[in-house]
Design a protein around this ligand. Sequence first.
Ligand code: SAH
Ligand code: SF4
Length: 420
Amino acid sequence: MNEYDSNRISDLFKSNGYLRSFDSQNVNCYILNTCHIREKATEKVYSDIGRLKKNYRNKTKPLVLVTGCVAQAENDEMIRREPYIDAVIGPQSYQNIPNILFSLNKKIKKFNLTDFDVIEKFDKLNSLKNSDTNVSVFVTIQEGCDKFCNFCVVPYTRGSEYSRSPEEILKEVDHLVLNGAKEITLLGQNVNAYLYKKKFRLSDLILKIGKNKKLKRIRYTTSHPKDMTDDLINCYKQEKKLMPFLHLPVQSGSDKILKNMNRKHTREEYLDSIDKLKKINPEIKFSSDFIVGYPGESEKDFNDTISLIKKVNFINSFSFIYSPRPGTPASKMKMVDTKVQKKRLIILQNLLEKIQMQKNNDKIEKVEEVLVENRLKNQIQYFGRTKDLTPVILNDVSDVDIGNLIKVRINKSDKKITVW
Ligand code: SAH
Ligand code: SF4
């Protein structure tokens, strides 16, 4: 979502005559769009700004804006601690950037914009065309979270659940398709909790978007297991453009830990959803997120997670050591020993990697459908993804293939990349 937000922030700047720069040593304005999901992000901001100060010692100081969830969580404190920062702007307030640029440039005052104005934000963004011209693009359809898992900062930094109207989403999708998009990934912190006016759901939206003739692929992320409803599961049969791949974070395979996390579902309910999805579409593959060493996690709880991984055979997942976040209920619970956490993470990641490599190896000599996204920096090879999101390096294609679905035979693979 930060990638989507960064693009939209860049669109807002464009409307004020700024151009995006990839040379951070020579800019008028430097924006750090931050994530607060795990520890260390805040310290990273300060060290990044320390480096920036050095780079600009003999040059005109750029405007320095800190946006995103670190800005939301730390707000005024950041400006007090680091006067080099000109504004802290939360994820639901960045629509105000054009209004404050003048004052900021005149050094009239510093800004702390951390209100939750999500309706106003999308009103403003709807009036500005999304200038993304990539083959595969993101569209935020839902923001915020009302689930309050005990470990998570999102409900505090992104605010409560909000769903954009289908009209504005479809308009943005149509525009992006005119810009050349062939694949849309619908985004939300809880994307499958999408609900507009108490009746229009994510499944309705997927079927509507699927009608766009030039669009080839649809994905959505991130889903909560509790909101994996039958209408959404049925979409995997009804809508051929919906890719047979689902990122469905489970966090833990232990019922005790799921309860302590306030995840609102059991191991069995999770596995039931996986089974239903496989029945509807046997081609479907899964990935997940795991938190290792959550307070109270015993060896047995950890082994429940390992057995769940073996059962589902996730093809690509994210795993993290539990990181206590200030203000969340879990941060007050007793921590698992760091050494134990690290040991478990290694065991879990080794298993995930083994499965992933096996799955990639299984693709060798098979024919896969790949969407060609772009040419790689080395200028000779191209990049694309299979239906299940596996990255593929392509040799014998050219610029005319960008945006096309092509059939390729996979000839080798390693941990991450499958080469054709
Ligand atoms: N809404 C999604 C996840 C959003 S956060 C869901 O409910 O599944 C993305 C991932 O960050 C989470 O799935 C979790 O695995 C990880 N995460 C969030 N808070 C964390 C914390 N305090 N410590 C470690 N990992 C965390
Ligand atoms: Fe965080 Fe996801 Fe839980 Fe919401 S559902 S609190 S975003 S982990």
